[in-house]
Design a protein around this ligand. Sequence first.
Ligand code: 2RA
Length: 386
Amino acid sequence: MTGAGGGRGESGVNVVSGVGGVTSVSGDSGAAGRAGKPTLAVVGATGAVGTVMLGILSERADIWGEIRLIASPRSAGRKLTVRGEEVEVVALSEEAFEGVDVAMFDVPDEVSAQWAPIAAAKGAVAVDNSGAFRMDPDVPLVVPEVNAHAARVRPRGIISNPNCTTLSMIVAMGALHAEFGLSELIVSSYQAVSGAGKEGVDTLRAQLAKVAGTELGTQPGDVRRAVGDTGPFPGPMALNVVPFAGSLKEDGWTSEELKVRNESRKILGLPELRVTATCVRVPVITTHSLTVHARFENEVTVPAAHEILASAPGVVLCDNPAEGEFPTPADVVGTDPTWVGRVRRSMDDPKALELFVCGDNLRKGAALNTAQIAEVVAAELTASRN
Ligand code: 2RA
């Protein structure tokens, strides 16, 4: 891949298309043009994902009336910029949801668990980026390119956003499933340290500073001794990979691996889908990658898969290995789509494909998908009012 910024014009690379036609800055609004448009609340506006969210809201079509920024009481009064305007942060409280149509939550699970139902009770549709409600049967788990229809059925007034590991591959998988019928996924993730928050990023950067310019990495344990603090990770991240992400669950599986399995099944509407994941942390700041072995009901070919991926909304096909073109996290970071390369038909199974997928875990993996869900809801609310 020769730079993801443009993301087009190279062999095997298509143009990114969006969902619901809401993909670009309209620049037509300003305060005067916002009357009658839905009110959006961003809960957790000062956090890592909240910060990315404000950037995304400033880039996308300006469909919102007021954008209210909500955070913990200690952040109240801070001024943040969204859509080029300074907005004062208000403290999280019941009153803060007064008049809100859609409330996005970019906060820890326990905060969402408490406050998303309160926002819903106040009449807002809560779009939650935490893990608090993802597997609740009365809460849809939505990826607009794959199952936007599910957002309409929300008995609790809450819609969940999937985990970033699932999100980094599911748009491409959804497109292939629609054509070939998915029967099994075997994936390995290569997860960036920002998935573990600011502490994860700070830990890797500190460790890199300690190993830079040394000859470390040649003796057992030399890197571990040199870096000392492993922060939120169970091993050194510099000059290393760690085959463990999330927390330990039953039978040796991790929470991340179970999320890939359970969330993929729910989003694709395939409760019996065979899914196996091994989640690995790698020394990348931002952008998760996955290798995927995808088995289908029907025989597949690489040209047919290329055609589907090249035209799938939210996917960029970047697959010309002879020219060194394939996605890597270093090129994909900061971009919106799911990037797919290294598409091959399995040598021993004509019904299976092997792929390499990359997605920015803070954008499509978190803030962008939440913003897209909110846009789907806003379109529905706007249509029902007209
Ligand atoms: C991680 N997927 O990468 C998680 C963050 N939600 O650690």
